[in-house]
Design a protein around this ligand. Structure first.
Ligand code: C2O
Ligand code: CU
Length: 530
């Protein structure tokens, strides 16, 4: 039999069986039968309540509190949400709109029985406004976040981030979207001719474990909390009526631990997507992709064409099954882990239908154009930096014998909360993140800075395993990102530029965005100093 030359010789993608991670739903909590799904229309941005929209031109006050929401048929569900009011409308986890360059102000009023925060995921803010667990807001206390939005246009998000309690607080509901706009985005909107809220829609995908009484269930100290119900825009297993035309979807995975592999399927046929943006905003050009991996916290801005479909036809947004085996030789046996310990590991995800899209007649006279304008040069990105002279910081992800997660020798709780290292403001480093062969895929998230992915050693970017740039990069790796998946046995290299306008020491987090891993200490803080 052929032997394995290096740490990673082969990837095998197989059909295999559905798989749940260790702490999947309790036996009495199962996914709905197919005929009970796709009965609720997708919640759209706007109006009142969940997904209401508010412009951050005016200061906003958000109250973290338990609220009651009608999410599922039958009994209401208690959600922990960021509640507010604007022009007489009740807001719960509203979509916040801002423009690059705006100074925004949001006051958090914590009326929960435990500490919480608002972390501005992906935004380049200072430590005081970052909303990490370094600055918890105690029950009954308030905190005012006020910062300048320096990021490019894109879909960002906000969520709770208290040490050790992020998993439970997000599972219970404390998360919302934030859209930043800039000139490039305005120009693209014009060219595409799609109105936000109509053919340009967020798809905020979460999974929850929901009990028979419609209550959200969470077990403190859980591993990898995988839900038994899918919520898209806070709507369980929804459907969306679409006209035969192009749509723009801003996909975001806000699940605690479930890695998604979204794909639009018409029967067995894949409707290809055009990927135009990632975490940190627009790519330079559109890339055709059939599917992509969307780990917790990641965003993907995609265009999909329903133009060839007739009214009455249906499309599924499905998270495809994946079984990725690393370090396997051709006989199917695992080769030993070159870093020690055990034989190779596998990353698996079960197939999951997220929502249904139903093609309907276009009601207006003017059908949208069947073709997209050319999507070359939609945004300007600086060229990939030449990092040959940059210092390299090695970061290894691993689990110890007792099942505790580490980044190098740091476990956030065991190591105290002190910064693991410091970097100079304005300096630049290559971060080389190496995942243990026996581990799981870890979506690693950096606060305060967007980075560029320089290379990755194994992960196939889509079904076809297509790489579009040197260094094994797939389309998703080409833009600015704040969260990157590191597969078992993989080495991912990032270019991080610590340029910023703040003064004094600023502490930020690097952590796994599998929230149970984060809560168990797979996180470190580092300091940016003058
Ligand atoms: Cu979205 Cu440190 O988190
Ligand atoms: Cu992890």
């Amino acid at each position: 039999a052929a032997t394995v030359a290096g740490p990673i010789a082969l990837w095998r993608w197989t059909g295999g069986h559905g798989h749940r991670f260790a702490s999947g739903p309790a036996p009495d909590l199962q996914l709905l039968p197919p005929d009970a799904r796709f009965v609720q229309p997708l919640r759209l941005p706007g109006g009142e309540g969940l997904l209401a929209e508010v412009d951050l031109r005016m200061p906003l006050r958000l109250i973290a509190q338990a609220t009651t929401q009608a999410l599922f048929p039958g009994a209401p569900t208690t959600l922990w949400s960021y509640a507010g009011a604007s022009a007489g409308r009740a807001l719960f986890n509203p979509i916040l709109h801002a423009r690059r360059g705006d100074t925004v102000e949001v006051e958090l009023d914590n009326r929960l029985a435990e500490a919480t925060t608002i972390h501005w995921h992906g935004l380049a803010v200072d430590e005081a406004n970052d909303g990490s667990g370094l600055h918890p807001v105690a029950p009954g206390a308030r905190r005012r976040y006020r910062y300048r939005v320096d990021n490019r246009a894109g879909l960002y998000w906000y969520h709770a981030h208290p040490h050790g309690r992020t998993g439970v607080q997000l599972q219970r509901g404390l998360a919302g979207l934030m859209l930043v706009e800039d000139d490039e985005e305005r120009a693209l909107k014009q060219r595409l001719g799609m109105r936000w809220g109509e053919r340009d829609l967020p798809l905020m995908i979460a999974d929850k474990q929901v009990g028979p009484d419609n209550a959200i269930v969470y077990k403190d100290g859980a591993d990898d909390w995988i839900g038994n119900r899918v919520l898209v825009n806070w709507t369980p297993e929804p459907y969306l009526d679409v006209i035969p035309a192009w749509y723009r979807f801003r996909l975001i995975n806000v699940a605690n631990a479930r890695m998604l592999r979204p794909c639009f399927l018409h029967g067995d046929r894949v409707l290809p997507m055009q990927l135009i943006g990632t975490d940190g905003g627009l790519l330079e050009r559109a890339w055709p992709v059939d599917d992509l991996f969307l780990a917790p916290a990641q965003r993907a801005d995609v265009l999909v064409d329903f133009g060839a479909l007739a009214p009455g036809e249906r499309v599924r947004l499905r998270s495809l099954e994946y079984v990725a085996m690393e370090n396997e030789d051709e006989s199917g046996a695992f080769a030993p882990d070159p870093m020690g310990d055990h034989p190779g590991a596998a990353a698996m995800g079960e197939p999951l239908d997220l929502m249904e899209l139903r093609v309907i007649e276009c009601a207006t006279e003017r059908r949208p154009p069947a073709r997209l304008p050319p999507l070359e040069a939609i945004a300007q990105l600086p060229p990939m930096p030449d990092t040959r002279d940059w210092p390299v910081r090695a970061l290894r992800l691993r689990m110890d014998e007792e099942g505790r997660w580490f980044i190098n020798d740091w476990n956030f709780h065991l190591s105290g909360h002190e910064p693991a290292f410091s970097v100079r403001r304005g300096s630049r480093e290559v971060w080389e993140i190496r995942n243990s062969m026996t581990s799981m895929p870890h979506p690693m998230h950096l606060h305060g800075f967007q980075f560029r992915v320089l290379s990755r050693s194994i992960s196939p970017p889509d079904i076809r395993g297509r790489q579009v740039a040197a260094g094994g990069l797939g389309p998703q790796d080409l833009g600015w990102n704040d969260t990157v998946v590191v597969w078992p046995g993989e080495i991912v290299r990032l270019a991080v530029d610590f340029a910023q306008n703040f003064a004094g020491t600023q502490r930020y987090m690097l952590h796994c965005h599998n929230l149970e891993h984060e809560d168990m200490g797979m996180m470190l803080s580092f300091a940016v100093t003058d």
